[in-house]
Design a protein around this ligand. Structure first.
Ligand code: AMP
Length: 406
């Protein structure tokens, strides 16, 4: 249970909003304003409700104050997104920030300079958090994507001011709770991507939470190898075979059914339109590599999803960046999207390449929720407590039920 901005009477109050406006840029210009546009809803609502809105964010990874990481370039796209002028302060604490905030009228919005210009931000330094807290009456965290970091503006502040989740954070937390907290069963997870080693905690948590764990991508090769199959030149972490077998054992004990590919699309090289053929996973040629799941595997996965009510997805089922090895990812994603549109399946996806893979399949708008949060989404799937989220919990509300310890 967490507080939302519905709980606040914000009129006339100085509201510090931690957003994630860490957008891509080139030559001092924002190249993709998606994050800014998405953040606008909370900022606009607070301004319309009469708050003095003060936006905190980081931009890049500066080492102290570095001009190339100044957030001034965000002012124009932010003003456009919220549909009003945005005031500016050259620092996020101290006299510059105080002066800019003192000038704000109810309904105004200000953006402060990069919180990471102060190394104390990432250290969650109490004095720095106090200096931020002095600038506001209320704190709103709308940056789920940085919630896995206990920094002053993402965690420390929540202990110093009345704190609530912004609308973006709220939607993300609600989607994740539906997918893994109190999901409608049966629940399936699709986990793909390159390596088992980067997703050990995630696999470990999911086997005890889902009914079907569908494993694809490069990491499936390691599982096939662990089962004694020859995988030719495929990407495969042979030293992870014992770990893969442990995950299979854990799944069995938890009554989680593991679905591995039964056939594969193989090629001699990792290249666009490389000559390829479909083989059984028992007959992968020595000089070829698995680059995608085959048609029988696709059919089995789609069949399996047909009986499920909830799907969590992280990682592509093949080397989706190069054609035609995006076939399995596209087919399964489209089938899941179709069932979502029919109201038969709740689909929550996210993390790293997953967003790009679903966008390439043309279904990113059709899933119930696609998280762009990367690291924070993965840590959530791993069952870890996200400090930025835990700090917003209403203490008497009990746990979220996702395997998280908060
Ligand atoms: P991840 O970041 O762990 O989700 O991994 C995504 C990457 O895994 C993508 O770049 C895919 O091309 C890659 N990948 C998926 N399946 C395979 C495969 N069978 N062989 C090599 N790379 C793969």
């Amino acid at each position: 249970m967490f507080r939302t901005i519905d709980a606040f009477d914000v009129k006339g109050k100085r509201v510090l909003v931690r957003a994630d406006l860490n957008v891509p840029s080139k030559d001092g210009k924002v190249t993709d304003s998606t994050r800014i546009d998405r953040s606008a809803a909370t900022l606009k609502e607070l301004a319309e409700r009469g708050a003095k809105v003060i936006v905190l964010t980081h931009f890049g990874r500066p080492k102290g104050r570095e001009d190339k990481y100044s957030q001034k370039l965000l002012l124009e796209p932010l003003a456009k997104a919220v549909g009003q002028a945005v005031a500016w302060a050259d620092d996020c604490i101290g006299p510059d920030a105080e002066a800019a905030i003192a000038k704000l009228k109810d309904g105004d919005i200000a953006l402060l300079e990069n919180v990471r210009f102060h190394p104390e931000e990432e250290k969650n330094d109490p004095a720095f958090a106090q200096a931020l807290a002095k600038l506001g009456d209320l704190y709103v965290n709308d940056a789920f994507s940085t919630a896995h970091r206990a920094h002053a503006s993402t965690e420390g502040l929540a202990h110093l001011l009345p704190a609530a989740a912004g609308r973006l954070m709220q939607v993300e937390l609600e989607a994740l709770a539906k997918a893994l907290g109190t999901p409608e069963k049966p629940v399936a997870a699709v986990v793909g991507g390159a390596k088992v080693s980067t997703k050990l905690d995630l696999l470990g948590n999911l086997v005890s939470r889902v009914d079907y764990l569908i494993i694809g991508g490069g990491m499936a090769n390691t599982f096939l190898f662990a089962q004694g199959k020859a995988v030719g030149k495929s990407l495969c972490e042979k030293d992870m075979a014992d770990t893969a077998r442990e995950i299979l054992d854990k799944a069995k004990a938890a009554k989680c059914h593991i679905v591995l590919p039964v056939d594969a699309v193989v090629a001699a090289e990792f290249a666009e339109n490389a000559a390829n053929k479909v083989v059984s996973v028992d007959a992968v040629p020595d000089d070829m590599m698995i680059l995608d799941a085959g048609p029988a595997s696709i059919e089995a996965i789609i069949d399996r999803l047909g009986g499920c009510k909830t799907l969590v997805w992280n990682g592509p089922l093949g080397a989706f960046e190069i054609n035609p090895f995006d076939t399995a990812t596209n087919a399964v994603a489209r089938a899941a999207a179709e069932r979502t549109k029919q109201g038969k399946l709740l689909t929550v996806a996210g993390g790293g390449d997953t967003v790009a893979a679903l966008a390439k399949a043309g279904v990113d708008e059709d899933f119930s929720y696609v998280s762009t949060a990367g690291g924070a989404f993965l840590e959530w799937l791993e069952g870890k407590t996200l400090p930025g989220v835990a700090a917003l919990e209403i203490k008497s509300g009990g746990g979220c039920g996702c395997g998280h310890s908060h």
